[in-house]
Design a protein around this ligand. Sequence first.
Ligand SMILES: C[S@@+](CC[C@H](N)C(=O)[O-])C[C@H]1O[C@@H](n2cnc3c(N)ncnc32)[C@H](O)[C@@H]1O
Length: 197
Amino acid sequence: MSKPFSQACANNQTIILDVLIPIFEYKKYALEVGSGTGQHGVFFARNMPHLSWQLSDRAQNHAGINLWVDDFPSPNLLPPILLDVLQDPWPISAYDAVYSSNTAHIMPWEAVVAMFSGIGKSLLSGGIFCLYGPMKYMGVLEAQSNVAFDTMLRQQNPCQGIREFWNINRLATQAGLELMQDNAMPANNRLIVWQKN
Ligand SMILES: C[S@@+](CC[C@H](N)C(=O)[O-])C[C@H]1O[C@@H](n2cnc3c(N)ncnc32)[C@H](O)[C@@H]1O
């Protein structure tokens, strides 16, 4: 098997890191939900050595993630654990940081609901959740690239699609998370930050 590669991750990892560094400065244990190829986790762990970075995903992505871990090991990078957000309870708890990118528009809505519920239970008080990806505001996708992406996603799978920010933020509120930041990112993405009360 060759190592999986995401060009998007290669493009966005530095600019995401710039936002994460001050937010995660005093955090110790981060969980990544839906690590995908593993590229983000490998890069963020190397560049935030004070933070233990726990990779996770469904089973089908573990072999690829492990190839990245093997090639770029860090003492603070923890091999992937099996985490499907729909499982209840989650196999882990007590993180003070959670990161997830490009997951909310890929998972069916019931899984997005489960992701926020699980994060609400797994985060310590004062812990931070950062969610990266495209977002819709008041039913509107301003960028034509996001309109096309949303159409493609829904044609591919009607359960997928770019989510409405206020629906996402409602899930966060229900999970005990308070909105701290909504950062505009390149390529019409957002990096949204919540803190557990
Ligand atoms: C588009 S990929 C994004 C991967 C990576 N975070 C990135 O930014 O490139 C979507 C990820 O969501 C994960 N995912 C989808 N449904 C999931 C579920 N029910 N539980 C956990 N992860 C899930 C997939 O396995 C995949 O890793």
